[in-house]
Design a protein around this ligand. Sequence first.
Ligand SMILES: [Zn+2]
Length: 288
Amino acid sequence: MLRKRIFLFFLLLSFNPILQAAENKPTVITTLFPIYDFARQVGQDKISVVLLLPPGVEAHSFEPSAGDVVKVAKADIFIYTSRQMEPWVEKFIRGIDNKKLVLLEAGGDFTGNDPHTWLDFTKAMIMVDHIRDALAARDPVHREFYLSAAASYNKKLAELDTEYQRALSGCQDKVLIQSGHFAFGYLAQRYHLKYIAAYKGLSPDAEPTPRNLAELVDTIRQNKVKYIFYEELVSPRVAETLAQETGVRLLELSAAHNVSREELDRRVTFIDIMKVNLKNLKLGLSCP
Ligand SMILES: [Zn+2]
């Protein structure tokens, strides 16, 4: 009797059109949080989107596992930022045996030393367009849906950009000092801030040299800086040292490379994170 019921249950399951549709959804695997959220905003319930980086993991020191190769080999679309941002991607994709897999380098248009392209929201909008095009090509049935979702999301990014421009145009302080790696170059450039990062390179694991620190202490004192910013998911040790030395206060400024488990669970968005950043920037730079 029980066996018969189980059989009937599975029979019903296999005829359920909603479940069948779910199975046909394109699987999209993304490396970092910004492109994960962009794909989620454009694809919504039409795709199944996965963030490859485990929550809480620092993006520049991430190395994919053998399990990640298996995961991506089964996917339909694999999206990464650029070869500068995810230098492991080149070797990683060579290990994947799936001729149908669509590869998308969403932020590859912007070459240069700074791979944090999503932190210029006008560049983020172009990344959204690339994601939209990849989804529409792979799943043409929902083409119109992706086009319209991307357009309304890009409108929100444009509004965010306007909000930043307005809020950061009349600040008393124009020097943004951050205790982490060089991540906010685009953001500072777009909103006319002078940007100083404690680490010159990209690895948040690298220690700033004593000379870097001494220079930073000088800059903080010369510019009468009141607040400095520390980055997400990394111990704010350098920021604390600078605070002890100079009396500056600390604020978080997230580059949104990745999020914590708790943030992922409550479905925090890229725009949510950028709004918290703006609040902290306004306080830290004494903006009206
Ligand atoms: Zn970074």
